[in-house]
Ligand binder design. Structure first.
Ligand code: C6P
Length: 415
């Protein structure tokens, strides 16, 4: 299905853009909203909100199943969104994009389908110390099921991955590598293309967790040469509960289904069932059709912009925030790698991050405090939790100033 490429690209004007996000006009405890929790979930532009409600108002029907016009329209919208998502990440064929409930489900799909079929006792799966829990636990589960063993690549005090340790740990028994592209807890951008090449030199396939990369920088799965790439719509201006998994064709074709039900079969008898082709083999049951349609609208929103310009804007906010935070007494930034995406994690001497989060909220500033579903990262730095400010396309330096002045209120309260 041909996909419309927005051209010429729209110039990025974060201030003007804010009007397209109705929620950014909300007042929080009497203050204007300063939303800096974008790594958790981004806010949604009107075009995405309207795509979802317009689908229900005009096109709603089940897909792939009926011959009536509404079903045709719903199917076209659903498959059109697949083509849009494929175009965003430069997947060669939309059929290599599987819709999932999100990044987490994409990783579980690979662990349960590829992992159960290919791992055995003593085989090794390599992950890094900076993975989100959703790229640790699915592998622990499949290791327990198959007798495989999880190996972990450490990082240094700045949050930079130890590449020598990666080479050492990539051994004779390594069967799979699963890597985070951008750390949600540290902001580190990992050199995934290089790591994929190192794994492929040993014939080992690689999954990349791209949840924090796709919304913030250009991603090209062919250039990366990854075998799987998982991400979520809600972190890229789309709805919650929907995401995508890209997979290499030969691997997807050879993998068994992981869930059974409607639409994933070619034929069913009590004696023998045969399966549908990829991607339908992995999309059992009626999917989140409206969510997929709105996901397509989110991709259209993002593709209006030059993603290098988006990355540069967020890098500017990161530099500015890092600089401004250094003026607040007692702040320690956790994660100081050279290559970082637009988020900053920090602790403040003598104040628990949750108390900081509560006071910031009273000032209208929304950040995330906690372990960020990356407990091993917190343990590595010996902190119970951090405060995390994470940036998106619509954030401004002015909002960083609001964060810093709210932190001075924290300092006043705690001394
Ligand atoms: N990180 C954060 O605040 P889901 O929940 O499936 O949409 O995404 C999971 C996930 C996987 N990988 C990375 C790198 C992530 O950052 C996340 C989600 C959120 O950092 C919520 S814990």
């Amino acid at each position: 299905m041909p996909v419309h490429t927005p051209s010429p690209l729209r110039r990025l004007d974060p201030v003007a853009l804010r009007d397209e996000f109705p929620i950014l006009a909300e007042r929080i405890h009497g203050h204007r909203l300063v939303y800096l929790d974008n790594a958790n979930t981004t806010q949604k532009p009107r075009s995405v909100i309207e795509a979802e409600s317009s689908y229900y108002a005009h096109d709603n029907a089940n897909i792939h199943r009926s011959t009536h016009l509404l079903s045709e329209r719903a199917t076209k919208a659903y498959e059109g969104a697949r083509a849009r998502v494929a175009a965003l990440i430069h997947a060669p064929d939309p059929h290599q994009v599987i819709f999932t409930r999100g990044c987490t489900e994409g990783i579980n799909l690979v662990a349960q389908s590829w992992g159960r079929a290919n791992l055995g006792p003593g085989d090794e799966v390599l992950v890094t110390w900076m993975e989100h829990h959703s790229n640790i636990v699915p592998w622990q589960i499949v290791c327990a099921q198959t007798g495989a063993v999880l190996k972990v690549v450490p990082f240094d005090d700045t949050g930079t991955l130890d590449l020598d340790a990666f080479d050492r740990l990539l051994g004779e028994r390594t069967r799979f590598v699963s890597l985070i592209h951008v750390s949600n807890a540290l902001g580190t951008i990992n050199p995934v293309k290089d790591l994929i090449a190192r794994a492929h030199a040993r014939g080992v396939p690689v999954l990349v967790d791209g949840a924090q990369a796709v919304p913030h920088m250009p991603v090209d799965v062919v250039d990366l040469d990854c075998d799987f790439y998982a991400f979520s719509a809600h972190k890229m201006y789309g709805p919650t509960g929907i995401g995508a998994l890209y997979g290499r064709r030969e691997l997807l074709d050879a993998m068994p289904p992981w869930q059974g039900g409607g639409d994933m079969i070619a034929s069913v008898t009590f004696e023998q069932t045969t399966y549908n082709v990829v991607p339908y083999k992995f999309e059992a049951g009626t999917p989140n059709i409206a969510g997929v349609v709105a996901f397509g609208a989110a991709v259209d929103f993002l593709r209006q912009f030059d993603l290098d310009e988006v990355a540069a804007h967020e890098a500017d906010l990161l530099r500015y925030a890092t600089d401004r935070l250094s003026t607040v007494g007692g702040v320690r930034v956790i994660g100081t790698a050279r290559d970082k995406a637009g988020l900053v994690s920090f602790v403040l001497d003598g104040v628990h991050p949750h108390d900081i989060g509560t006071i910031l909220d009273r000032e209208g500033v929304a950040v995330r405090t906690g372990q960020h579903c990356a407990q091993p990262v917190m343990d590595r730095f010996g902190v119970p939790a951090t405060v995390r400010a994470s940036f998106a396309i619509y954030n401004t330096r002015d909002e960083v100033d609001a964060l810093v002045s709210a932190l001075t209120v924290v300092r006043e309260v705690f001394g």
